[in-house]
Design a protein around this ligand. Structure first.
Ligand SMILES: Cc1ncc(COP(=O)(O)O)c(C=O)c1O
Length: 396
């Protein structure tokens, strides 16, 4: 086995957004698929799906090749089921991830953009209520839990009053609201297993989950070329179709990797939570940032540590970013703080609920997120020192 397999030896590497940790367990799981000589959907997919079901408490899960395809499949499922149709209005937070919205646009749906709740990066339920009051014809919502913080989904479900809810839980595996796992309170929901996410399916992947057996069958058909999986003549059924499908399947090798990662998930979540609390304490010592806030009923599953550099701070975001990058810290903007500054979205058909979105604009202008993946202790010490050195230098 090559040296590199021991991830703990990587601790002197740069401070990346995430470190996919793997060892003999992932290696042997993938090896089993190699030895089976069939790399398409197989036993590892079924076992990974079973673990997702057990972990989240939802009834059905089907793996996909990415979180982005999972969002598209979820929306196509709602269209196939007659719950949505092209031209329908669908609520999207303006602070979001690109494919969470482009999937709706691709399918002819019209986004109604709502403002984000201050310091949460999550959807604001008051805005959902306002949107529905103004446009009662709205047919649904795509709700991303950006960076793993969980919106007040109970109030959002109430406001939607039976309209479609798709939870984009790509960032929030392991996150709960009032004791319920994200994704379990919607009509249909999705996860991502891209490399920077909580667990990875060999670099990428996703899943569609639901509690509704009919939606689960439709989603599965869409993921598998549109195939009709109902019983009948096996020969003829091979090319018999139920839906207008895609091929969004996860290959078995990736599923085998993801399956082994599920055993690490509880440990990962604890380590992330601990590091998040430590970083909260660190940043509270300085009055330079707006720090993340959570709802009292939510148990977030942080993807990274989000910060907004205050205007009163002695440095601006770009100066802090430059320093961190020079010191080997991977940092990112908060995805799309305001997705409407991006030409493909600005130029697509959409509705704005208000003339301006000051919270989203601030996230766009002064927001950033930094690694918080539950690093080993000695790496954390060094990482925190890098941060403190800069902040102490600016103490007035
Ligand atoms: C909120 C959200 N939705 C969707 C996606 C897309 O997932 P993927 O990268 O697996 O396509 C991401 C990606 O990170 C995301 O953060």
């Amino acid at each position: 086995m090559p040296e590199k397999l021991n991830w703990k030896k990587w601790k002197i590497d740069p401070h990346l957004m995430n470190r996919i940790q793997w060892d003999e367990n992932e290696f042997n799981s993938v090896k089993e698929v190699f030895m089976s000589d069939w790399f398409g959907e197989g036993e590892s997919n079924k076992l990974f799906e079973k673990k997702i079901i057990e972990f989240t408490g939802v009834k059905y899960a089907t793996l996909t090749n990415s979180g982005s395809s999972a969002v598209l499949v979820a929306l196509k499922t709602m269209i196939h089921e007659g719950r949505l149709k092209p031209g329908d209005l669908v609520i999207h937070p303006i602070s979001t991830f690109a494919t969470s919205v482009s999937s709706s646009i691709d399918l002819g749906l019209v986004p109604v953009f709502i403002e984000t709740k201050q310091n949460t990066y999550a959807a604001d339920p008051e805005q959902v209520e306002k949107a529905i009051q103004k446009y009662p014809e709205i047919k649904g919502m795509v709700l991303p839990h950006i960076l793993g913080n969980i919106a007040d989904i109970e109030r959002i479900v109430k406001a939607l009053n039976g309209r479609v809810l798709i939870e984009d839980s790509c960032d929030s595996l392991g996150g709960y609201f009032n004791g319920k796992h994200t994704g379990s309170m919607a009509d249909i929901a999705v996860f991502s297993f891209y490399g920077s996410h909580h667990i990875s399916a060999g670099g990428g992947g996703g899943a569609v989950i639901t509690n509704n057996s009919q939606y689960a069958d439709t989603a599965r058909s869409i993921i598998f070329w549109g195939r009709d999986f109902s019983k009948g003549n096996a020969f003829l059924n091979r090319y018999k179709y139920k839906t207008l499908g895609t091929n969004s399947q996860m290959p078995a090798i990736q599923a085998a990797f993801g399956l082994a990662q599920m055993d690490r998930l509880p440990g990962y979540l604890k380590a992330r939570e601990l590091q998040f609390r430590e970083m909260d304490i660190l940043f509270k010592n300085y009055d330079y940032f707006k720090l993340p806030v959570t709802h009292e009923k939510s148990q977030p599953s942080w993807f990274g540590y989000p910060l907004i550099v205050k205007q009163s701070s002695p440095f601006n975001r770009d100066q802090f970013v430059e320093y961190l990058v020079e010191n080997g810290v991977e940092i990112r903007p908060i995805m799309c703080g305001n997705i409407l500054v991006q030409p493909p979205f600005k130029n697509s058909r959409h509705i704005t609920l208000q003339d301006s979105y000051p919270i989203a604009d601030e996230i766009e202008r002064a927001g950033m997120f930094i690694p918080c993946w539950g690093m080993p202790e000695d790496q954390k010490r060094y990482y925190y020192k890098i941060i403190r050195d800069f902040l102490d230098k600016h103490k007035r």
